[in-house]
Design a protein around this ligand. Structure first.
Ligand code: PNS
Length: 173
């Protein structure tokens, strides 16, 4: 792989549902950009997961949270990730790994993706330990009961979660 291609921001992708983006995801994004220089954050529409937020909302959260970070491009996709990778010439997939509980699913996905497209390498990045326990689903659950998530997600996400769950008691810091 030539140096020019390594610097091409279309080569490294961080896919996810990001429903919504958390500070853990943001930590992974920053680490990946530091490693590779640039990154495509790929928001997968993922209709079978019935996301709480629309694709446009999820993209907006990422855009506003990364507005001051250089080297980040946001894209969206609906379909097989490896088809996207083939089409765009992606060589590296970034996935976050928090705990042993993530491993089974990630290992299976990595193997299947490799079978589908052998040119792609999956690189796992661990977030800071304070984010090990964070997930988009637990964030939604906490807010649905009126809990404080202001140290786990960007402010805009707290505001929108508060509206979605009609929880005026949720703290916005
Ligand atoms: O943030 P998530 O929900 O853990 O991300 C999972 C995601 C979106 C990366 C994965 O479900 C995916 O790649 N979906 C696209 C469809 C696909 O390619 N499925 C086969 C995976 S082996």
């Amino acid at each position: 792989m030539s140096e020019k291609r390594c610097r091409n921001n279309r080569l490294v992708v961080y896919p996810g549902t990001f429903d919504p983006i958390t500070n853990g995801h943001l930590d992974i994004i920053k680490r990946a950009v530091k490693l590779f220089g640039s990154l495509i954050v790929l928001v997968v529409r993922h209709s079978e997961k019935s996301p709480l937020f629309s694709l446009e909302e999820r993209i907006e959260f990422i855009r506003s949270a990364t507005v001051n970070c250089k080297g980040i491009e946001i894209d969206s996709f609906d379909g097989l990730l490896m088809n996207y990778a083939k089409e765009k010439g992606i060589r590296v997939i970034i996935r976050g790994l928090r705990a042993v509980s993530d491993f089974d699913y990630e290992f299976q996905m990595m193997q299947l993706n490799r079978r589908l497209y052998s040119e792609v390498e999956t690189i796992f990045i661990m977030p800071r330990e304070e984010y090990f326990f964070l997930s988009s689903s637990t964030i939604k659950e906490i807010v649905s009961y009126g809990g404080d998530v202001s140290s786990f997600v960007p402010k805009l996400v707290v505001e929108k979660l508060r509206l979605k769950f009609k929880r005026s008691d949720v703290i916005i810091k």
